[in-house]
Design a protein around this ligand. Structure first.
Ligand SMILES: [Ca+2]
Ligand SMILES: [Ca+2]
Ligand SMILES: [Ca+2]
Length: 701
């Protein structure tokens, strides 16, 4: 009996051995669990159990040599606070030899969502000959806190055109009894998951695989929203004057608004008139100009980071209370019973509440809608800045301008966005938590409007809490998307020129690319890989471009940093929240009425980053595309960069701006029911856009 068993075992091992001997010279994926780069990534091998998380896991990447790679070590500390991997992951697959990158397609490399078997392919393939690593983006954004199986099949071919070898992986999986307990547990989970191959794929086809769990994206903002809703806030104050005066003024009596902005630690500068002030009189539609303030819990530490808390059971902790100032513009005429409908407007990067909101308010007022705006974290100059309202009668009234900028780098200056980013060593967080805190402040503003805003002080509320809308430009569309996904009581929203993720906007936009370069030269070791100011080459393909063979020295570490930046910031990425606007609302949040406005060839928020939101949210039918490629050639003076088409009043773009604003005003006035084409049958606006979401840049010269 023992001898028979030995014979059978021998026969079986011969059977297993022979094919692998025959293919011994072939190329195979590497499956060495000794380091994250030694096997297909992402992989739950690089997590630890954590019962406080929705995923039951926390990322635990090992650190490189921190004496040589201190910046990478700092980044690992940030990534290791997360409860899973990127929802838009870059897949990395190491091989033992050369492969043909053209053979890496959605048929040969794909992801299987384990809960339902849904398959996602790949895009943006990059092959690194020097390291023999194949990289590819998941073709679509994945679901949050969900397990996926990554499969690499024999459909991938080596440089000689032969199918890659499958024996090494099977041998490693079945017979690899070496390694840590974590290695063994991961191998077992992976073997179990391999029972979930899609129809038509046989176990013998699998050349490599990994099992990974995506991060939670929305959990912490949802936790904070529940905390905000637990207690009614104090109502807004409208008596901000330095002498206790009410800061509510009939528009016709205001002769100017002076802004003494604080741009340095030395204090505010000289008062200067707000350039946009005359636009408040555009249609005679605005009756009242008001300034108010409310308290909002601030979850950011002084380092401008919201500390990670368990996504299942954690309790975010407010660090302090901030006084948030707002500008409010009421329509002329008698208010409807219950108060004016109100639209919250979110300003852009580097802008502030005393600028663009004044450019859009008259259009809203013309439709009977009030406009309210706050400053984004880090924006509007320092908190010593003031506004002064001068009047046709009565003394000027001076009050805080509500600046939220700080001198974060200690150089004495308060730059236009200083304080929105996290401080070192948590540099990888970037503006994730400045954006999320701004969303918290907007959710708190909704609560404050819900307790009743008595603007004129006569004891009745003047804004209707049942009719709160949101619109935002650029950055305002970026933080506006998560806000609309998480806030249940704002049912109608317009995102104008949003994009995501931030790192993709930054590297693809000529306007922001120098900031990426600054971050590359600020690292140790420095990652800028070209000589010259602002020069670097990350050598990445756009979507739907053919596979790229990357031989640019120093591009690979930049690519990895881009991936890590995106992963770390998904909890503020509009694309990651877009699925929850309409298609898959979050618990307790109704589906929203949405318009997404954007412009062809936007050089500030490039089209591929807007398309990422459109694809993730199935929003194509809700888009309006401004065709600057058609309008620019026939309209002298129109800017080649259409990014600010919503607010371009005063120049050649005035008609376009008012048409875009008119679409929003009509949408809000109808409670989100009516979406007009801004220019009707004329071709410069498409409602909705014609054709698929653009994946190219299409910059005009
Ligand atoms: Ca500074
Ligand atoms: Ca009132
Ligand atoms: Ca049209």
């Amino acid at each position: 009996m023992p001898s028979l068993r030995r014979v059978l075992l021998l026969a079986l091992s011969m059977f297993l051995l022979l094919p692998s001997l025959a293919q011994a010279a072939g190329v195979s994926p590497v499956f060495d669990l000794g380091s994250p780069s030694g096997s297909p990534f992402p992989s739950d091998r690089w997590t630890s159990p954590d019962a406080t998380q929705l995923t039951g896991l926390r990322v635990t990447l090992p650190k490189p040599n921190c004496a040589v790679f201190p910046s990478d070590c700092e980044d690992v500390d940030v990534l290791n606070t997360l409860d899973g991997f990127n929802v838009q992951p870059r897949l990395s697959i190491p091989f033992s030899g050369e492969v043909d990158p053209a053979s890496a397609t959605s048929d040969s490399v794909f992801l299987v969502r384990l809960r339902d078997g849904a398959v996602t392919g790949i895009n943006q393939v990059v092959w690194h000959p020097a390291t023999k690593v194949l990289h590819a983006e998941a073709d679509e954004q994945l679901a949050q806190h969900t397990r996926y199986l990554m499969v690499v099949t024999r459909g991938v071919r080596d440089a000689g055109g032969d199918r890659i070898d499958t024996a090494a992986f099977r041998r490693e999986l079945n017979h690899g009894q070496t390694g840590s307990a974590a290695d063994k547990a991961y191998r077992k989970d992976l073997l179990d998951a391999l029972r979930s191959l899609p129809a038509g794929v046989q176990p013998a086809d699998v050349a490599a695989a990994s099992l990974f769990t995506t991060q939670s994206v929305t959990a912490q903002l949802e936790q904070i929203r529940r905390q905000l809703g637990a207690a009614a806030p104090a109502p807004a104050s409208f008596t901000l004057g330095s002498g206790g005066e009410r800061t509510v003024f009939p528009r016709a009596e205001v002769t100017s608004i002076l802004f003494a902005r604080q741009n340095s630690t030395a204090g505010p500068g000289a008062p200067a008139p707000l350039p946009a002030f005359p636009l408040l009189s555009l249609f005679g539609s605005i009756g009242t100009v008001a300034f108010g303030a409310y308290d909002s819990p601030d979850y950011e530490t002084p380092a401008k980071v919201i500390p990670a808390t368990g996504t299942a059971t954690g309790t975010p902790v407010p660090q302090r209370v901030s006084r948030i100032h707002f500008n409010l513009f009421l329509p002329a005429g008698p208010a409807p019973a219950g108060g004016w409908p109100v639209a919250i407007f979110g300003h852009g990067f580097g802008d502030h509440k005393n600028s663009s909101p004044l450019v859009v308010a008259a259009s809203m007022a013309g439709a009977g809608i009030a406009t309210v705006a706050i400053n984004v974290v880090g924006h509007g100059g320092g908190d010593q800045g003031t506004l002064t309202v001068t009047r046709t009668s009565g003394a000027p009234v001076t009050f805080s301008a509500g600046g939220r900028g700080i001198d974060q780098n200690g150089d004495g200056a308060i730059a236009s966005t200083e304080g929105v980013d996290a401080a070192a060593p948590q540099t990888l967080v970037a503006n994730r938590d400045g954006l999320r805190q701004t969303i918290v402040d907007l959710m708190q503003l909704v609560r404050v409007l819900e307790v009743g805003a008595d603007v004129d002080g006569n004891g009745t509320r003047d804004l209707d809490p049942a009719r709160i809308s949101y619109f935002g430009q650029s950055f305002g569309g970026i933080y506006g998307t998560p806000f609309l996904a998480v806030e249940p009581d704002v049912r109608t929203g317009v995102m104008n020129v949003p994009g995501g993720p931030i790192i993709e906007i930054a590297r693809l936009s000529p306007a922001f690319r120098p900031l990426v370069w600054l971050s590359l030269v600020g690292r140790t070791p420095v990652l800028a890989n070209l000589p010259g100011l602002f020069q670097f080459d990350e050598n990445l393909p756009l979507r739907n471009q053919p596979p790229l063979v990357d031989t640019v020295p120093g591009a690979a570490p930049i690519q990895q940093l881009i991936e890590h930046s995106e992963w770390a910031a998904q909890s503020a990425n509009p694309a990651a929240y877009a699925p929850h606007l309409i298609r898959s609302p979050l618990e307790g949040v109704p589906a929203k009425s949405i318009i997404l406005q954007f412009a062809r060839g936007d050089r500030t928020v490039p089209n591929p980053t807007t398309s990422a939101i459109i694809r993730a949210g199935d929003l194509a039918s809700r888009t309006t595309l401004f065709r600057n490629d058609l309008a620019h050639p026939v309209t002298p003076g129109l800017p080649s960069n259409p990014h600010t088409f919503l607010t371009g009043i005063g120049g050649a773009g005035t008609t376009i701006a008012l048409q875009a604003q008119g679409q929003i005003a009509t949408f809000f006035a109808s409670g989100g029911a009516v979406t007009i084409d801004p220019d009707g049958p004329a071709p410069f606006f498409e409602t909705p856009m014609v054709g698929p979401p653009p994946e190219d840049l299409a910059y005009l010269p």
